[in-house]
Design a protein around this ligand. Structure first.
Ligand code: PLP
Length: 362
């Protein structure tokens, strides 16, 4: 048997059918594709941080529960006192832990589309079915009749609602999320990855619904390189999910650095305030542009639609001029002709807008 045949006979067919998560090479480019905070730390803060790291003993395993960091995250993210928290190597790992804890014959994950691609990818890895319910085309709000039907029919173990949603940037209506919570047979995870860019949250509602969990990450806040996410919710659920957590999943450098960053949160707060302000500026500029439709956003990116059939050409025009954005055209029917622009530093946004102005939108 050739190696190819052996690979084909042993790797699960649904894994062979996947394409690996593609991350483009962005060296030398203005990077407006991945919702990163574009700001680095001031030099004196970097020096202080490195001094802190110099005391870390990398020969030792990390604190397995990262309890100091967990305590500080609880405060920073205003987790209600009686709720438990669980940390993950990015919220991606938390999604995987949730799936592993509920997976099994006939178990499924349900979310809305267009949405965050990791929900369906992780469902596949964990041998679960995935059901994506389309959002409403006009404004990307929840399609409640379709959701009621899908939840009733599939009885999903897990429902993910990202709020604000990626890649559309909008919030879903509170009363509709509440209806999903009341209707869901299993868990509902409200994914608040973009919490730093909106005043809206379900965190304070934890405990009012026994199937509500709230997920956060420090990635979009300005610490994407650390890989640190947090799940908050009732102890009874989190005790079980914690059993599928890799021991020591939060490494010592991440624990120390995140604690340091939280002690200096004013720096990150100021950066996120600037991003929110610049999002508004970018939105207004896009709105005034011929051939572009911009969608209102509560996140650190803006979804934009080009004239019919022009998204690929615009994407290439930007790339050829050194600006990398996310091309969404072709990924979902509701994202025809769509690109997603992460809000960057003012000069980066200006560069993007000038290139957009100079493009023949057709
Ligand atoms: C970016 C993003 C995350 C991020 O996850 P990390 O693994 O913590 O970086 C989670 N959910 C949504 C909807 C996102 O857009």
């Amino acid at each position: 048997m050739s190696m190819e045949q052996r690979v084909q006979s042993w790797i699960r067919p649904e894994i062979q059918a996947l394409s690996a998560y593609h991350v483009p090479d962005a060296s030398e480019l203005v990077k407006l594709d991945a919702m990163e905070n574009p700001y680095t730390w001031p030099q004196d803060l970097r020096r202080e941080w490195l001094k802190r790291l110099s005391h870390v003993d990398v020969n030792r395993y990390p604190d397995p529960r990262a309890k100091d960091l967990a305590g500080e995250l609880r405060l920073a993210m205003q987790v209600p006192g009686e709720m438990a928290v669980l940390l993950g190597n990015g919220s991606d790992e938390i999604i995987q832990m949730l799936a592993l804890a509920v997976s099994g014959q006939g178990r499924s994950i349900l979310s809305v589309e267009p949405g965050f691609v990791m929900y369906s990818m992780i469902a596949t890895w964990c041998g679960m079915d995935y059901h994506g319910v389309p959002l409403r085309g006009e404004d990307f709000s929840l399609d409640m009749p379709a959701l009621r039907l899908a939840i009733g029919k599939h009885q999903p173990a897990l429902i993910f609602l990202a709020c604000p949603n990626n890649p559309t940037g909008n919030l879903f209506a509170d009363e509709e999320i509440v209806e999903v919570l009341e209707m869901a047979p299993g868990l509902v995870v409200v994914d608040e990855a973009y919490a730093p860019f909106t005043d809206h949250s379900f965190m304070s509602r934890l405990g009012r619904f026994d199937n509500l969990l709230v997920m956060r990450t420090v990635s979009k806040l300005g610490l994407a390189g650390l890989r640190l996410g947090m799940l908050a919710g009732p102890q009874a659920w989190l005790d079980e999910i914690d059993k599928v957590r890799m021991p020591y999943n939060i490494n010592v450098l991440t624990q120390e650095t995140a604690r340091f960053a939280l002690e200096h949160h004013q720096v990150l707060d100021e950066q996120t305030r600037a991003i929110r302000r610049d999002r508004q500026k970018m939105f207004e500029s896009l709105q005034g542009m011929q051939g572009i439709t911009a969608y209102p956003s509560q996140a650190n990116f803006i979804l934009a639609r080009t004239a019919p059939g022009r998204a690929q050409a615009l994407f290439e025009h930007l790339l050829n001029n050194g600006v990398l954005v996310k091309k969404l055209h072709g990924s979902h029917p509701l994202l025809e002709d769509c690109l997603r622009f992460t809000v960057g530093r003012p000069e980066e946004n200006r560069q993007l807008l000038e290139l957009l102005e100079g493009f023949g939108h057709g």
